[in-house]
Design a binder for this molecule. Structure first.
Ligand SMILES: Cc1ncc(COP(=O)(O)O)c(C=O)c1O
Length: 400
């Protein structure tokens, strides 16, 4: 007689075979639809983190399922030694939305940032400034887990035990224009920045900051690289986070919501910068995979509609306003609520882990951004009732 699959049975098996590198909630998800997921025991949860800002159109969006199935029946993958149309279509769409000129596809955010880093170093060398090898990054930032991207990350906990780290990365306080001016100089290849520090606790850049960075880069001969992995695809209410400021970056990275859960990342750049990456300079076996690109093209079309972006702005403002009322009711248990669009953080006066667990017990899935901040990155299709429900559960969990 076979025994039923339970959360505990999956966890017991996982603990024997998986590396153990994730802090995991004790629940095994079996299926998802819209803003809900169900565990293997059939319990339903309101999913307000959506694969960490990934399933912006919710789980198993019927149109995307249809696109994926049609592409699966046609062709899954070819190497980049030949062309494929879905990759070209995705590039065309992303470039028209970003105002950039060239696209490179990969499979994750970390890889997209690696491409940014390699691009900047090579560009500076090719234009005759080989001493420009350094990156000015920000304290509390997050850029990925590869050796270069974790070195760019401004949180020492991610670097612990992995030294020697690649040389050439320095960190200054986020939002501090004076510190950036001091750090940028003749050795700077590029500034790398997130429009909102997501993993670092959901901290939006101060207004005008990206514009100042653009000015500094122009004055000093450095490139402006923007990490749009968490903020891109409409998450902040503009299709790209940098579009809140009237600037054109030299290159950007994206991933997360690009495939609505199918792994796909991208690096987009200006013509002049991109032309240094000739044949053989960079690559990825799965980059530009047909299934990923076919799905991503439809995702981008849906997420970039003006009405979708307006929904994110309006529902994001609603969520923040309701959260401010919650904060007022909870007094000094909540230090701050903040966010931009549908990227939201609630910083508690104490460690947020136990509250996260209570949320899950009450049927809400969120995650942590730092030790004390509960993060929500809801699907853009979440209704106001669902946002209210999430806050009401969060409030109950914070009360304890
Ligand atoms: C801003 C930012 N950059 C890079 C990454 C790394 O992306 P990935 O986990 O897909 O490698 C993340 C992931 O959380 C991110 O939020």
């Amino acid at each position: 007689m076979s025994t039923a699959t339970t959360n505990q049975s999956v966890i017991d098996r996982a603990k024997k075979v998986l590396l153990g590198n994730y802090k995991q909630q004790p629940v095994a998800i079996d299926r998802g639809q819209g803003v809900y997921v169900w565990d293997v025991e059939g319990r339903r949860y309101l999913d307000m983190i959506c694969g960490v800002a990934t399933n912006a159109l919710g789980h198993c969006h019927p149109e995307l399922v249809a696109v994926a199935k049609a592409q699966l029946d046609k062709c899954w993958h070819t190497a980049n030694g030949v062309y494929n149309e879905p990759q070209v279509a995705l590039a065309e769409k992303l470039l028209s939305l970003s105002g950039l000129d060239r696209a490179f596809f990969c499979n994750s955010g970390g890889e997209a940032n690696e491409a940014l880093i390699k691009l900047a170093r090579r560009y500076q060398k090719e234009r005759g400034e080989p001493e420009r090898v350094e990156f000015v990054c920000f304290e509390n930032s997050f850029h990925g887990r590869t050796l270069a991207t974790l070195t760019a990350t401004g949180q020492p906990k991610y670097q612990k035990g992995f030294d020697p780290l690649p040389a050439g990365f320095r960190h200054v306080p986020y939002g501090d224009v004076g510190a950036v001016k001091q750090a940028v100089g003749r050795r700077t290849a590029a500034i790398l920045v997130e429009p909102v520090q997501g993993e670092g606790g959901v901290h939006p850049a101060p207004e005008g900051f990206l514009r100042e960075l653009r000015r500094i880069c122009d004055d000093e001969g450095a490139l402006l690289l923007i990490d749009e992995i968490q903020t891109g695809m409409g998450r902040t209410g503009k299709f790209f986070g940098f579009q809140w400021e009237d600037i054109r970056p030299d290159a950007i990275s994206m991933a997360k919501a690009l495939g609505n859960g199918i792994p796909v990342g991208a690096m987009l750049c200006r013509e002049e910068v991109g032309k240094v990456m000739g044949p053989g300079s960079h690559g990825s076996t799965f980059g530009g995979n047909l299934v990923a690109c076919a799905v991503a093209t439809r995702v981008v079309e849906i997420l970039s509609t003006p009405s979708m972006l307006e929904t994110v702005r309006e529902n994001g403002a609603y969520l923040l306003a309701q959260a401010q009322k919650m904060k007022a009711r909870l007094g000094d248990k909540v230090v701050s609520v903040r966010g931009k669009g549908l990227l939201f953080g609630c910083e508690l006066a104490q460690e947020a882990g136990p509250v996260l667990n209570r949320c899950r017990e009450l049927g809400l899935i969120v995650n942590l951004a730092g030790e004390r901040t509960l993060r929500m990155a809801p699907a853009f299709i979440a209704t106001r009732d669902q946002l209210d429900e999430a806050l009401s559960i969060m409030e109950q969990a914070i009360r304890g």
